[in-house]
Design a protein around this ligand. Structure first.
Ligand code: 5AD
Ligand code: SF4
Length: 469
C-alpha cells in the first residue's frame, strides 16, 4: 500500500484495506487509498484501529462469496467491540464479489455500509459521505450504499486529481493498470461478467501515470490488465496503439529501467509485441501466458480459441524473439469431460513448453458462466490426483530453471532488506527472488549479481564487486 507523506489538515481517520486475488486488486486498493487520502483517511495495517474497513474481493476462486460473508461475520463482532468501547467502524465491500453480488451482500450482511464494484472506486468519497448519512438512521431503515454500475465515464480519468493533493511515496516497483475487462469469454471464467467488456486507457494517460511513477522513484513498472496484451489505447491522433507499441513509448521514459506486463492471452501476442521483446532490453524476459489445458478438445470446450499446436508454435516465435524468455502459465485440471488422455496432453504441453513457474487450479463451477451448465463433472479425487501430478512436474521445472541460473551473473533490482541480517533482496529479470549479503546502500538500483545457489523458492547471489559502484 502507498505511504502517504503529506496529508490534509483534518485529523486523520484510518482505513484498513484487505485485498484478495489478483494484482489488479492490489492496484485498485492503492487507488482507493489515494482517493480517500484527501478526505482525511490514512492507511493502517492494524484492523483494530480502523474507522473504515474495505474488503477488496476476488470472485475467481471457489466459494469466494462465502469467504467474504464469513469475514463480514468477524468484522461485525469487531464492530460490536468497538461500539461497546465508544468507537465505531464502517465496513465496505469492493471488487468482483461486490460487482457480482451487490444486492445480495447488502441483504445478507446488514453490517455492510457500502458495496461497490471495480468501476466505482473513484466515487468512494461520495459513497462514504452518503453511507455516513445512513448511519444515523434507525437500523430498520438503514440501507447500504450500492454502486455496481459499469458507467460510460472513465474511472482512470479521476486518478491525477486524486493524486495532486497528496504526495505519495512509491516503492521501486509499481503496478499500472492499462486495460481492464475481457472479451474472451473462456467458458470457466467470471472475469467478463465482473470486470465487464474490455476497455483500454488512452496512451497519454498511461504515459503520464508512468512518468509520475518514475519521478516518484519507481524503476520497474508492471502493466496490468485482465487481458493486457489485448491493449488497444488511443493516441492523441485517435489511432489505436497496441501493447507492443506502448512498450516502445514507455521505453523512452528516462529512469524507467524495467517493464513487465500481465496477464496475456495467446491469441493477442502480436508481431509488434514480439518485436518489443526482441528490441527492448527493458522489457523483462518473463511472460505469463496461460494455456489452461494441452488438449484441443478441452481447449475448445473452454472456448480458448487456440489449439495446443498453435500455442507451441507461438512459444517458438517468442523464443526466437527473446531466446532467454522465462515462461509462466495457468492450468485448470478437471474441466468437465476431461479424460485421462486429455490430462496427459496437458502434461505433454508442460513438458514441451518448459515453465519457470506456473499456477494450477482444480476446475470449479462459477455460477453464470457457460461452464456451469456442463454435465460430466470430474470427481474431486480425480481432480486432486491430477493437480498433484501437474504440480509435481511444474515444481521440478521450476527447480531446474532456478538451478540453470547458478553460475550466471544476473542484473538484480535490489529492493529491500533480506530475510537474514546483513542481507538484501531483489528480483532477477526472470522475476526470481534473489538474496545476497550486502549493505542496505545497494537498495534502489540494479546490480550485477553472481548466482551461487538456490533455496526453495529463490536464488542465492553474490555481489559482483566491479558493478557495485
Ligand atoms: N475454476 C478453476 N480455475 C479457474 N480459473 C479461472 N476460473 C476458474 C475456474 N472456474 C483460473 C484460470 C485463470 C486463473 C486466474 O484462474 O487458470 O487463468
Ligand atoms: Fe478469463 Fe483470461 Fe479467459 Fe478473459 S482470457 S475470460 S480473463 S481466463
Amino acid at each position: 500500500m502507498s505511504d502517504i507523506e503529506t496529508l490534509p489538515e483534518t485529523a486523520p481517520k484510518r482505513v484498513f484495506i484487505k485485498t484478495y486475488g489478483c494484482q489488479m486488486n492490489v492496484y485498485d486498493s492503492d487507488r482507493m487509498a489515494d482517493a480517500l487520502a484527501p478526505h482525511g483517511y490514512l492507511p493502517t495495517h492494524e484492523i483494530a484501529e480502523a474507522d473504515l474497513v474495505l474488503l477488496n474481493t476476488c470472485h475467481i476462486r471457489e466459494k469466494a462469496s462465502e469467504k467474504v460473508f464469513s469475514e463480514l461475520g468477524r468484522l461485525k463482532e469487531l464492530q460490536g467491540e468497538k461500539r461497546a468501547a465508544g468507537g465505531d467502524m464502517m465496513i465496505g465491500v469492493a471488487g468482483c464479489v461486490a460487482q457480482a453480488e451487490g444486492e445480495e451482500i447488502a441483504r445478507r450482511a446488514p453490517v455492510v455500509d457500502l458495496v461497490f464494484g471495480p468501476q466505482a472506486y473513484h466515487r468512494l468519497p461520495d459513497m462514504l459521505e452518503k453511507a455516513q448519512g445512513q448511519r444515523h438512521m434507525h437500523p430498520a431503515l438503514k440501507k447500504a450504499v450500492i454502486d455496481t454500475d459499469f458507467p460510460e465515464e472513465d474511472k482512470f480519468e479521476h486518478l491525477p486529481a486524486a493524486r495532486k493533493e497528496v504526495t505519495i511515496k512509491r516503492g521501486l516497483t509499481a503496478f499500472l493498470t492499462v486495460q481492464e475487462g475481457c472479451d474472451k469469454f473462456c467458458s470457466f471464467c467470471v472475469v467478463p461478467y465482473t470486470r465487464g467488456a474490455e476497455v483500454s486507457r488512452p496512451v497519454a494517460q498511461v504515459l503520464a501515470e508512468a512518468r509520475g511513477l518514475v519521478e516518484a522513484g519507481v524503476k520497474e513498472i508492471t502493466l496490468l490488465g485482465q487481458n493486457v496484451n489485448a491493449y488497444h489505447g488511443l493516441d492523441a491522433a485517435g489511432r489505436s496503439v497496441g501493447l507492443g507499441e506502448l512498450a516502445f513509448l514507455l521505453a523512452e521514459i528516462e529512469g524507467l529501467e524495467r517493464l513487465r506486463y500481465t496477464t496475456s492471452h495467446p491469441r493477442d501476442m502480436d508481431d509488434a509485441l514480439l518485436a518489443a521483446h526482441r528490441d527492448l532490453p527493458l522489457l523483462m524476459p518473463y511472460l505469463h501466458l496461460p494455456v489452461q489445458s494441452g488438449s484441443d478438445r478441452i481447449l475448445k470446450a473452454m472456448n480458448r480459441r487456440h489449439t495446443a499446436a498453435e500455442y507451441l508454435s507461438l512459444i517458438e516465435r517468442i523464443k526466437a524473439a527473446r531466446p532467454d524468455m522465462a515462461l509462466s502459465g495457468d492450468f485448470i485440471v478437471g474441466f468437465p469431460g476431461e479424460t485421462d488422455a486429455d490430462f496427459e496432453d496437458t502434461l505433454t504441453i508442460i513438458r514441451e513448453t518448459g515453465y519457470a513457474s506456473a499456477y494450477s487450479f482444480k476446475y470449479s463451477t462459477r455460477p453464470g458462466t457457460p461452464g456451469a451448465n456442463l454435465t460430466d463433472q470430474i470427481a474431486e479425487e480425480v481432480k486432486t490426483e491430477r493437480l498433484y501430478r501437474l504440480q509435481e512436474l511444474v515444481n521440478k521445472q521450476t527447480a531446474d530453471f532456478h538451478a540453470s541460473c547458478v553460475g550466471r551473473t544476473l542484473p538484480v533490482l535490489i529492493e529491500r532488506v533480506g530475510r537474514m541480517p546483513g542481507q538484501v533482496g531483489g528480483r532477477s529479470p526472470y522475476l526470481q527472488a534473489v538474496h545476497l549479503d550486502g549493505s542496505t546502500d545497494l537498495i534502489g538500483a540494479i546490480h550485477e549479481v553472481e548466482i551461487v545457489g538456490t533455496s526453495t523458492n529463490s536464488l542465492v547471489g553474490r555481489l559482483k564487486q566491479a558493478a557495485a559502484a
